[in-house]
Design a protein around this ligand. Structure first.
Ligand SMILES: [Zn+2]
Length: 279
């Protein structure tokens, strides 16, 4: 996951809103009776038709959570960051190998609770993500550190644990092992995001390890050039490392972490050096 602040696609001129569930919920509130736990099918899928807004260069064509490329063969989902119909916590998966489709042994932990029905057609609540992160792992989970916000209350007060890369810089929350491809949460938000989206699933580890092998190769080239005093080769290897960190590259977060760990400099500082033609 990489930071996408300021990169959320512009909302289309006309955006659908559906009054039925909202009216039902508001009526329940006015009558002082519990707001219904909606079903997915209570909300017609209008958001899917806006997918093309997200599959654009500025969005990098990747899953917002796991950074897997969204390609024509697997076009991804427009997903609700905060679940629209209901919230449902899930128990731990028995393993992180989900090649069979669903996460093994992940069952409901407790009853479903009121969702964020008023955000069902809210543009800022949409993300583009891969089907595996959305449908197999995240589903209707949305853990919060404080009390869940309800309609009319400040969303920021609930202490969302899942990281929205359009709002929060994910970098301080994760660390990666470039050899094994493993990810580790450094904060409660990092830990929760890994768990909810299954970012430590085996299939992702394998892909991140492949990326890590590429990074290690470039780094060895850099060290070799440094040893030989070959400035040209040194800069070439450094630029290749910078390229691996670009937002559009799959698993750029691994590359940025690697660069920071090995070169003791951030990707953004390296970019600045490149801009000034220092490398
Ligand atoms: Zn994903």
């Amino acid at each position: 996951m990489i930071g996408l602040k300021g990169r959320h696609p512009k909302a289309p001129a006309s955006l659908e809103s559906l009054s039925k569930p909202t009216a039902k919920a508001l009526l329940a509130r006015a009558k002082n009776i519990p707001i219904p736990i909606f079903k997915e099918q209570d909300f017609p899928n209008y958001w899917g038709r806006h997918k093309h807004h997200f599959i654009r260069p500025q969005y990098n064509g990747k899953c917002a959570y796991c950074e897997t490329p969204i390609v024509s063969g697997s076009p991804g989902d427009v997903e609700h960051f905060r679940p629209k119909a209901y919230c449902q916590s899930l128990g731990p998966a028995k393993s992180r190998d989900d090649y069979g489709g669903q996460p093994p042994g992940r069952v409901n932990a407790g009853p479903a609770t009121e969702g964020y029905w008023w955000l069902a057609y809210k543009w800022s609540n949409y993300l583009l993500c891969c089907n595996r992160c959305n449908s197999s792992w995240k589903k209707n989970q949305f853990p919060v550190a404080a009390n869940r916000s309800r309609h009319g209350q400040k969303l920021s007060a609930e202490g969302a644990l899942l990281i929205n890369p359009f709002v929060v810089d994910p970098e301080p929350h994760f660390q990666f092992d470039a050899v094994t491809g493993q990810i580790r949460g450094l904060t409660p938000r990092g830990v929760a995001t890994i768990d909810v989206c299954g970012l430590d699933r085996r299939s992702l580890e394998i892909q991140r390890a492949t990326k890590g092998a590429k990074l290690n190769k470039r780094y060895r080239e850099y060290l070799g050039a440094l040893d030989q005093g070959n400035v040209l080769a040194q800069n070439n290897a450094m630029r290749a490392l910078i390229d691996e960190c670009r937002s559009k590259e799959p698993f750029a977060a691994v590359a940025r972490y690697f660069v920071k760990q090995h070169l003791k400099i951030s990707y953004y500082d390296l970019l600045e050096m490149k801009r000034k033609r220092l490398i």
